[in-house]
Design a protein around this ligand. Structure first.
Ligand SMILES: Nc1nc2c(c(=O)[nH]1)N[C@H]1C(S)=C(S)[C@@H](COP(=O)(O)OP(=O)(O)OC[C@H]3O[C@@H](n4cnc5c(=O)[nH]c(N)nc54)[C@H](O)[C@@H]3O)O[C@H]1N2
Ligand SMILES: Nc1nc2c(c(=O)[nH]1)N[C@H]1C(S)=C(S)[C@@H](COP(=O)(O)OP(=O)(O)OC[C@H]3O[C@@H](n4cnc5c(=O)[nH]c(N)nc54)[C@H](O)[C@@H]3O)O[C@H]1N2
Ligand code: SF4
Ligand SMILES: [Mo]
Length: 672
């Protein structure tokens, strides 16, 4: 299984004398079909990197020094307990990992809830698709991708909005390009000239943060021209009248004025999307990472229901999940308000069920803190201990200066990672973990496919699998309910407590996994959600009022910065910047700016720049390109030197608590 993105490609690791030497893609796998992207082909390279953590580290006299596992485990448990004794049970937070397996995510949430008695557990989905989880739970009853990757081969029209699919979900991107070659129509709504845009029938380059205005405009046209699916609306949905009323005054002209588009293009987009017999909507961070991310998702759900595009092959609302196991992290309840399988901690019967199975008298009933709010609580001193497994918030959280002071001021910071990351460097205790090639377990990809991971080589030095470390921590804390022969036994426990995973066992997952919901041992899995009814019953239209991004350009900070990713690197670069072939392609921090802006500011390609926002400043290199529109800059957040998150705004969506990574105001100056 590939350890990078949520597409979930399958490959075999080739080892020689205990060392990985190459990769063979699986030719029979239904998603990857013998293909891989460049990160997949190189996914073995970081495994034996000399920087791998090989021993626990403990801070002594200000410096991280090697320690034994016994010392490190004891200090971790005693430290967490001491913070709880001093500041209260909920003064600690567990950050789980979308790089870890389902079994490991489940165990960390069990550790947080059953052993330490807190619901303060969350993971990077908060920074990613929390808007999806909230928005689709309300409208459909389930936050997962409704359809399957194979559907891209069986559709008439695809709307890609806020997803750079060929770079960020490459094997899905190439499926879309293939479909276009075979006659599928493609609309891209993203102001960057991404590769898909060059193959699109229509490319909408609207201003950042104006998706509600765009989607309301498109829905207005569909209703005004009678292109809506009346039968679907009548039989499958509720609250349609409110939706129709809310978009009644979103004429193409009003939508055009709000988005910076031509009214004619909004009309064309509406006709093209509604005109297809089957239409798919694909979206990702361009939609979710806004202070109105949940509203964006509501509009997308409405557009799909309005056109009857749910519950059939080749249709659906398809949020592409980012990390290889972020779907699994959510499924396993590494979320502050939910147990595994989206079962609410506020439900007393569910709490009793889990408490009985875990052998504890009771479990906490109040939802815990979302990760972003926990960071804010920590900066106010309300939270004093953090256990971070497989995340690197020093580079991935918004407003780096805020993140740094917050992490530095904690009484206790424990980091469990495979490398000494920027976050681990601030830790009091560092626990060395085994990586994907060194352990067993399962990952769940973006189409809800639960797949098996197999151990190919031994971990370096004293590094151990995350699940083993978590079980040892539980034992150290005096809890007797975490002894397992291996991850397969953990999955049996998950299945017993989690209806959507009820029929999943490791044995059943060969060769190509199972898509949840899979309620019992005979169930073949579910490629399509919401077929005859939505998970919540009728699909719910949620009308949305257009809101602007929290920070708009002004005289002092006259340009818009949007942030994201590149093809060759992965997030904070811990793995890809340690992969020679990838780092060679994209070796340093850069910022894209439009030739008109460059000319106006006297900036040339590759000039050194100082970019500043209200939060801080970074030095980076100019990339002059018409990938972006005038007035907008794009910067990836992979690089510790030239970190985009020194600039970003820590404002949160009030409902999903996602930060507004996609819009903030900045100023650019040429460095002498
Ligand atoms: N190579 C690589 N692949 C990855 C990752 C990686 O780090 N590297 N990360 C993975 C993860 S966790 C995730 S979540 C996904 C993310 O995958 P994507 O969401 O596809 O990636 P991003 O680059 O964050 O943003 C996508 C696009 O959103 C557009 N955008 C910005 N603002 C707006 C807006 O207001 N409206 C609209 N409509 N579009 C806007 C940007 O122009 C950009 O092209 O990628 C996954 N895949
Ligand atoms: N400006 C800006 N910031 C963003 C975003 C953006 O678009 N713009 N996107 C946000 C999004 S969508 C996401 S998902 C986050 C990602 O943010 P993070 O999750 O913090 O980023 P990663 O670099 O993927 O961190 C994964 C860590 O896990 C470690 N690791 C790998 N395998 C294992 C393992 O098996 N066990 C353990 N214990 N550790 C392991 C890696 O070394 C790495 O340190 O970033 C967010 N930040
Ligand atoms: S598309 Fe995603 S899962 Fe497939 S090889 Fe590339 S990074 Fe890995
Ligand atoms: Mo993500």
């Amino acid at each position: 299984m590939c350890p990078y993105c949520g597409v979930g490609c399958m490959f075999y690791l080739v080892s020689d004398g205990g060392r990985l030497v190459g990769i063979e893609p699986s030719t029979t796998h239904p998603v990857s079909r013998g293909g891989l992207c460049v990160k997949g082909w190189n996914a073995f390279a970081f495994v034996h990197h000399p920087d791998r953590l090989t021993t626990p580290l403990v801070r002594r006299n200000g410096e991280l020094k090697p320690a034994t596992w016994d010392e490190a485990l004891e200090l971790t448990v005693d430290g967490l307990r001491a913070v709880q004794a001093k500041h209260g049970t909920d003064a600690i937070m567990f950050a789980s990992s979308a790089k870890a397996t389902n079994e490991e995510n489940y165990l960390l949430m069990k550790l947080a809830r059953a052993v330490f008695g807190t619901n303060n557990i969350d993971h990077c989905a908060r920074l990613c698709h929390s808007s999806t989880v909230t928005g689709l739970a309300e409208t459909f009853g389930s936050g997962a991708m409704t359809n399957s990757i194979s559907c891209f081969d069986q559709t008439d029209v695809i709307l890609v909005i806020g997803s750079n699919t060929t770079e960020q979900h490459p094997l899905i991107g190439s499926r879309i390009l293939n479909a276009v070659k075979n006659g599928t129509r493609l609309i891209v709504a993203d102001n960057r000239r991404i590769r898909l845009a060059r193959h699109a029938d229509l490319h909408l380059r609207h201003r950042n943060g104006r998706d509600v205005a765009l989607l309301n405009g498109i829905m207005h046209v569909i209703i005004a021209e009678g292109l809506e699916d009346r039968k679907f609306i009548a039989t499958r949905t509720e609250n349609y009248a409110a939706l129709a009323e809310s978009v009644a005054d979103w004429t193409p002209e009003r939508s055009a004025a709000a988005t910076g588009l031509d009214a004619g293009d909004i009309v064309s987009a509406a006709r093209m999307f509604a005109g297809g017999e089957r239409g798919m909507i694909v979206y990702s961070m361009g939609i979710t990472q806004h202070s109105h991310g949940v509203d964006n998702v509501r509009c997308i759900a409405s557009l799909a229901m309005l056109t009857g595009n749910v519950g059939k092959t080749g249709t659906g609302v398809n949020p592409l999940r980012g990390q290889n196991n972020v779907q699994g992290g959510c499924d396993m309840g590494a979320l502050p308000d939910l147990f595994s399988g989206y079962q609410k901690v506020s439900d007393s019967q569910l709490r009793e069920k889990f408490a009985r199975a875990w052998g504890v008298p009771s479990l906490p009933s109040e939802p815990g803190l979302p990760l972003t709010r926990a960071m804010n609580a920590a900066s106010e001193g309300l939270l004093q201990g953090m256990f971070i497994m497989g995340e690197n918030p020093m580079l991935s959280d918004p407003d780096q200066n805020h993140a740094r002071t917050t992490l530095q001021n904690l009484e206790l910071l424990v980091v469990q990672d495979i490398f000494l990351t920027e976050t681990a460097l601030l830790a009091d205790i560092v626990l060395p973990a085994a990586c994907y090639a060194e352990k067993e377990g399962t990952f769940t990809n973006t189409e809800r496919r639960v797949q098996r991971l197999r151990k190919a080589v031994e971990p370096p030095g004293a590094a151990r699998a995350d699940w083993e470390i978590i079980c040892d921590l539980a034992g150290q804390a005096g809890y007797e309910g975490m002894h397992y022969s291996g991850p397969s036994e953990v999955m049996d426990e998950i299945a017993g407590l989690t209806p959507i995973y009820g029929g999943i066992t490791h044995d059943r997952l060969d060769p190509h996994g199972l898509q949840w919901p899979c309620p019992d041992r005979d169930h073949p899995g579910t490629p399509l959600l919401h077929v005859d009814r939505f998970t919540r019953g009728p699909g719910h239209f949620s009308p949305v009022v257009h809101r602007l991004p929290a920070e708009l350009p002004d005289e002092q900070y006259p340009m818009v910065l949007t942030t994201g990713r590149t093809y060759f690197h992965w997030h904070t670069g811990s793995m890809t910047r340690r992969t020679h072939l990838l780092d060679r392609e994209e070796p340093c921090s850069f910022i894209e700016l439009h030739p008109d802006d460059a000319a106006r500011l006297g900036i040339r390609h590759r000039d050194r720049l100082l970019v500043s926002s209200r939060r801080g400043g970074v030095q980076t290199e100019a990339r002059v390109t018409d990938m972006v529109i005038p007035g907008v800059l794009f910067m990836p957040f992979h690089f510790a030197e030239g970190a985009a998150n020194a600039l970003t705004n820590n404002v949160l969506d009030p409902e999903s608590s996602i930060p507004e990574f996609k819009v903030c105001a900045v100023r650019v100056e040429k460095l002498p």
